[in-house]
Write a protein that binds this ligand. Sequence first.
Ligand SMILES: Nc1ncnc2c1ncn2[C@@H]1O[C@H](COP(=O)(O)OP(=O)(O)OP(=O)(O)O)[C@@H](O)[C@H]1O
Length: 230
Amino acid sequence: MNLKLSHIDKSYDDSKTKRVIFKDMSATLVAGKISVIVGKSGVGKSSLLNLISGIDLPDSGTIHVGDLCITDFDDSERTLFRRRRIGFIYQFFNLIPVLSVLENITLVAELDNTPKDIFLPRVMALLETVGLADRKNDFPDTLSGGEQQRVAIVRSLANDPDIILADEPTGNLDSETGLAVLEMITDLVKIHNKTLIMVTHSPEAMGFADHVYAVKDQLLVPQASGLNVL
Ligand SMILES: Nc1ncnc2c1ncn2[C@@H]1O[C@H](COP(=O)(O)OP(=O)(O)OP(=O)(O)O)[C@@H](O)[C@H]1O
């Protein structure tokens, strides 16, 4: 399912200024591929992910995921779309401290009333793949940063979404752990045939990209290489 952004305008107003983030921006991100998004701080990379996930709406323009026009959805349709079709990986892992590893991973599937016999075998197989099956009952604060991010990777795949959105997934990790996490994310999205859209400042991440785009001049601009815009 390709992701098609058409004629997107997005700005934020505060009391004094109007900050234009996107102006007549159109782009297609290809299904089943790894798209890396780069760009200077504050240009709107995270805002782009918020639009793609339906957390935020554009001022005008449309966003299609396959045949679904998510900009036509109401709030509850967008929430369901996000739960079922999108997996998130964040810079600061965003695990819930009072829930165990397994409870963190299965929370969205439970909220969505997905039958346990559908998600549990899949989640346990993923935990095995990332080497953390024996930590399933532990709490996040007993895990290293790299381990927490591996939990977050499994969580992002738990509900079998179409699209994984990763916002600086290695930003809080040392370079060796970051590289291992990048390899894990990209291997898993390929094996499970997902679309990965990853915002990053990491030059290593470019090596994993099928396509690199820069957020620049209120547009999403395809790059031959991301390195020149870092
Ligand atoms: N909800 C919001 N309300 C008002 N302004 C916002 C909101 N979200 C983002 N912005 C502003 O939009 C601009 C783009 O923010 P965004 O977080 O998308 O940038 P970014 O490219 O991800 O930056 P960084 O690389 O520093 O994380 C910033 O100036 C930010 O302050």
